[in-house]
Ligand binder design. Sequence first.
Ligand SMILES: [Ca+2]
Ligand SMILES: [Ca+2]
Length: 472
Amino acid sequence: MRLAYLIILIIIPLIGLYILADRYFIWEGEITYQTDFQDKKAVLSRLLPEGRVQIQENRVRILQEPVYVDVRMREKFKNASVDMAFSPENTPNIIKLGPQIGPDFQYDLKPVYSRTLEETLVNPEWGNIQEDGEILFFRKKSDNANINITDFKKNLPDQNKLAVFNIKLENPFKIEAYRAEKDIKKTSLELRGSHEIEFYAKNEMVSITFDYQDINRLEGEDPVNLLLFKGSNLLSNQQSEDDGISSVINKASPIKTVSLERFFEEGIYTLKISTTEDIIIRNIKTNLSRWGIKSRIYLANNSEYKNLLPDLNLSATQLWTNGKFFRARTTHASGIQEVQIHNQTFPISQTHQFLSHEYLGKDDWIPITIPKNDLYLETNGLYFFDPLVAFNPNPLEINEFVETIPDSVDYILAKYTPAQRTNESTWHLNAEFAVKNAWVQDQKLRFLFSIPRIEEQKAAFGISNFKIRLSQ
Ligand SMILES: [Ca+2]
Ligand SMILES: [Ca+2]
């Protein structure tokens, strides 16, 4: 009898207090939440928006992106460590995850999964060494006895032989037998919206001028920003104002000009033209002898714009690239066409849909012919309007487009935590995030999954358990 009283009066309230305390207080400066995403929890939301996921009996499958989960955050925490159990079946090429760090779409995303790297880990042709969260993959055919990551970084191989993942290396690119040009050459091009130019200069004065027009087809002002970078360092920033017309009048401004002139020490530089899609860049005039347009190009010399820009030259565009993976889209019926990529036909057969193409040959430089333009084209390299200015300053970056490692690549340097292969049907992903300066709203911190190309690849990311440990 006394024992029963003891239980009722002391032990049960103690258990209750412990449960409450566990929910509302933090033990030892850390707290762990977990969910299978089947139900909404007080501390973790489901994966949202609901229309992008499919709930199955033992897992939730992400089919479209982005999706997010809200984590309750009543206290300040410094770190979040995530452990996800997932199905390795039909995974997407890349998964990025990260906390919100500002309003709207500001997330500190980092790649937490790469199918290409996971496949390379078990590929018998490749060996690897792992040090401090970094992995160096090497082809077994080459002599790699006593290789280590620290020495490898000090003495990098030729960039044609190297691929990188989630890692920034000091760019050692140099051209020994280089002659600076003084003459300014004009290249006619018709580019819509923001573009980036990457170039090499060597102790020389460089002048770069763009002519552009504002077609005033979209609501809003159309300033043009010219941002110059060396690596991630911003060297200069200049802004040209809108033409004064921010409404939709479908009338082009007269030609306007932005230019940059300065001395450059030897190195690789990036010039970003950041603007709206009302701006059509008409040409570039420069004495640069090595330059290309980086990753994304949007060609505007199509009949769609002829009424706005009557002097538009509608002939086919001829480009060269060191890229290997392509994704393209047109937004107008007049852009339906057959693009030639190194003698292979890449049909752009419908509007508003991204189509992908992978070049598996061994050539370093690939010609691309775009008969009708009006094409938004992405690649993992540079585009050149003239093969004489072509150069290859960067190692191949393994991103969402790279599904096959080209034969020319002998080494891959990656900052990556491999998945733990718990058993055949369940693997685990582990990732750490700094959340000290994260954007917490209504005591909730949002984590976003960004899975580029998941729909296009008809892939899925099936999660059976999501665990997050927050610590101070
Ligand atoms: Ca506008
Ligand atoms: Ca305008």
